[in-house]
Write a protein that binds this ligand. Structure first.
Ligand code: DC
Length: 663
């Protein structure tokens, strides 16, 4: 089973990130360095699945590559002639490896077999193959016409010295052709049919080819000319720019979550089209600043505005705008994104499906998507599917600024950014939680409620949810032994917390759940793992800005394991029995202290011995024993511990950090 990442709701974003190297530049530079005359030292190379695929392929083809650090290597150029003439290459789902290698190998005089993951075999390559055939290439489809896998044979003499390629499916076809044609050693012209999409990526290709000594002349974006004497030559040392598409997530985080967030690795002088993403974010109202090598984004005073834009310039980073649209006022329309349909997944369909899980109204067409966000605060129905698409996983992390969410198969980010989520958590600030666990009648409920009130935080009395479960089951005539039926009931039960009052459907049950029947019923139903699972999401939804104080038995261990502060509040069984005794006597009830003590011991036993989330002090919880401590002293102790924890962990966030000076 694939894993799921649980992202807590975020209340702010601030900080600095150094970006990993650009995928597009890394794979182009690797191939050009391999095809060159001489040795090239590559610095700041991206370390990811897609670059792995290119590196593996080049090594199999006989290229010597020596790593001098995690992100730097020396490539010994083979001067346009791969030593290995017969090879089988697996290229995963890396379009930036598959397309250019197909083109380069078509003119390498060998016999090659190129294949990838099943999705790669659904991504069209026919337009590139057609163009290569015009230049003499001998390529066969091994499965479906127009799609990988491919078999490549030594090329014949070129039929034409002017070839054409379609420009409206993937710009990687033109990139592949342009990078390969200098290998023919004669004059060639490439004409682009139809509108060329993703032009900035062709800009990157031309800039990189020029660094390696081949200058392509062009007329607009329609005609490109390769000179007869074109030969790739190593530039010596080359630095890979930071990945501008990856920058988009952090900049959007700054624009949504107050900011400022600054990324290093791209800036004013970037050659990547996606560096323009910041300008689109600016159109949504974000405050943007730029230096040569950095970009910084902060949120506008009054929230983001919706936009209606052509995304031809920023095809990949535009996905980030689709998720940012959840936080904008009104309908955002992203146009000219037909290429999304042939990427790692059909990104238009995937985006529409996932955005609608938040209740957004999404319209999709062949080449556009329009998003009308749900009214804030939004929540998610289910969890985010990522379709083995790194960008789906990365851009949906931004939805955490609106709600708690689960992201399925998060490790797909390894395609271009293996440490993405670690970096995201460096700049994003989760809504803080103070969890207070402990046995019954330890005073944790009273302490938690007062702490919440003093901090102006939300308060979760999780015990109430187990009490409500018992009451709802009794009302519905379900036996308290039927865990599955109770879980099913509670997954949909219309429970509402309103200030200190609790409602089930429209009936107020604030007092009713405190009855002895509900207390013992709660303890029974709480032992069923399926009931606990059914209540988990409900509990997580209480985590809202500016913070939460949660009391129960498993707040720190299970529900909010990333709590900023975990307290285990307890008192001796005798003291707790005495407190309960005084409470009940004050209410005029006739009770015996020895019976209450027995009862408390029995409940402690049941809560701590059950297999599902037993009551235990977590290793990272601070013990507060209130046997000889009043409520006010316990409250002060919790607040003091929180002040210490906050000053250490969240000092980056000067604004949202709770101000405890007046407490
Ligand atoms: O805290 P309380 O007395 O209202 O809790 C009622 C019951 O619910 C108690 O027997 C333990 C159970 N409970 C639990 O298992 N997990 C929680 N987080 C809170 C309460």
């Amino acid at each position: 089973m694939k894993e799921q990442l649980d992202l807590p709701p975020m209340m702010g974003a601030k900080g600095e990130i150094t970006l990993p190297g650009s995928k597009s530049i890394s794979n182009r530079v690797l191939l050009l360095a391999a095809l060159s005359i001489g040795k090239t030292e590559i610095r700041d190379l991206l370390d990811s699945d897609d670059t792995e695929r290119m590196l593996d392929a080049l090594k199999i083809l006989g290229v010597n590559i020596e790593f001098t650090g995690k992100n730097s290597c020396i490539v010994e150029g083979i001067s346009g002639n791969f030593p290995v003439k017969d090879a089988k290459l697996f290229l995963g789902n890396a379009g930036t490896a598959f397309r250019p290698l197909t083109a380069a190998l078509a003119f390498s005089g060998g016999h090659y077999h190129l294949h990838g993951v099943p999705r790669m075999h659904e991504r069209p390559i026919g337009d590139l193959v057609d163009a290569l055939r015009l230049a003499g290439a001998e390529i066969a489809y091994l499965d479906n016409k127009g799609y990988p896998p491919l078999e490549i044979f030594p090329a014949k003499d070129a039929i034409a010295d002017s070839i054409s390629v379609k420009g409206n499916v993937s710009s990687q076809f033109l990139t592949g052709l342009l990078m390969a044609l200098p290998l023919l050693g004669r004059k060639m012209e490439v004409k682009v049919e139809g509108e060329l999409i993703s032009k900035p990526y062709i800009g990157i290709t031309l800039a990189m080819m020029e660094r390696f000594g081949v200058k392509v002349e062009r007329e607009g974006w329609e005609r490109f000319f390769i000179a007869a004497d074109s030969r790739y030559r190593s530039p010596g040392t080359i630095h890979v720019e930071g990945d501008a598409s990856s920058a988009s997530y952090f900049l959007a985080a700054g624009a949504i979550g107050r900011g400022p967030v600054r990324v290093y690795g791209v800036g004013k002088s970037s050659i990547q089209g996606d560096a323009k993403f910041a300008r689109y974010l600016e159109k949504m109202g974000a405050k943007i600043e730029m230096g040569e090598n950095w970009i910084e984004a902060s949120a506008p005073e009054n929230g983001l505005d919706a936009i209606d834009i052509d995304c031809n310039e920023i095809p990949d980073a535009a996905m980030t705008l689709a998720v940012a649209a959840l936080f904008a006022k009104g309908k955002t329309t992203l146009r000219n994104i037909a290429s999304w349909r042939v990427k790692e997944t059909d990104r238009i369909a995937a985006m529409a499906k996932e955005l609608s899980k938040f209740g957004a109204i999404v319209e999709e067409g062949d080449d556009f998507i329009a998003i009308t966000p749900p009214p804030p605060p939004f929540s998610i129905h289910g969890s985010i599917d990522t379709y083995d698409d790194h960008r789906m996983a990365m851009c949906f992390s931004l939805a955490a600024f609106g709600t708690h969410l689960g992201i399925n198969d998060p490790s797909c980010v390894a395609k271009t950014f293996p440490e993405y989520f670690e970096k995201f958590l460096e700049i994003a600030q989760p809504v803080p939680v103070i969890s207070i666990d402990g046995p019954s009648a330890s005073g944790k409920g009273t302490v938690a409620a007062i702490v919440a009130q003093r901090l102006n935080y939300n308060y979760l009395d999780s015990g109430a949810l187990y009490r409500i479960s018992a009451l709802a089951a009794m009302k519905a005539g379900i036996s308290l032994d039927e865990g599955t039926a109770i879980a099913e009931l509670m997954s949909k039960a219309p429970v509402r917390f309103d200030g200190g009052r609790i409602f089930l459907e429209d009936a107020e049950i604030t007092e009713e759940i405190r009855s002895e029947a509900c207390s013992s019923g709660a303890s029974k139903v709480a032992a069923f793992p399926e009931v606990r699972a059914a209540l988990l999401e409900r509990q997580k939804r209480f985590r809202k800005s500016p913070g939460l104080v949660a009391d129960g038995r498993d707040m720190g261990s299970t529900v909010f394991p990333d709590s900023q502060l975990k307290i285990y509040l307890t008192a001796s069984a005798e003291e707790r029995a005495m407190r309960r005794y005084k409470q009940l006597i004050a209410k005029g009830e006739d009770v015996r202290i020895d019976v209450l003590l027995q009862d408390i011991r029995a409940r402690d036993e049941r809560d701590s011995k059950r297999s599902a989330a037993p009551l235990q002090k977590c290793d990272d919880a601070t013990l507060i024993d209130t046997t000889e401590m009043g409520i006010e002293e316990a409250v002060s102790r919790v607040l003091e511990l929180y002040r210490n924890a906050s000053s250490g962990k969240t000092s980056r966030f000067d604004q949202p950090t709770p101000d405890l000076r007046d407490i």
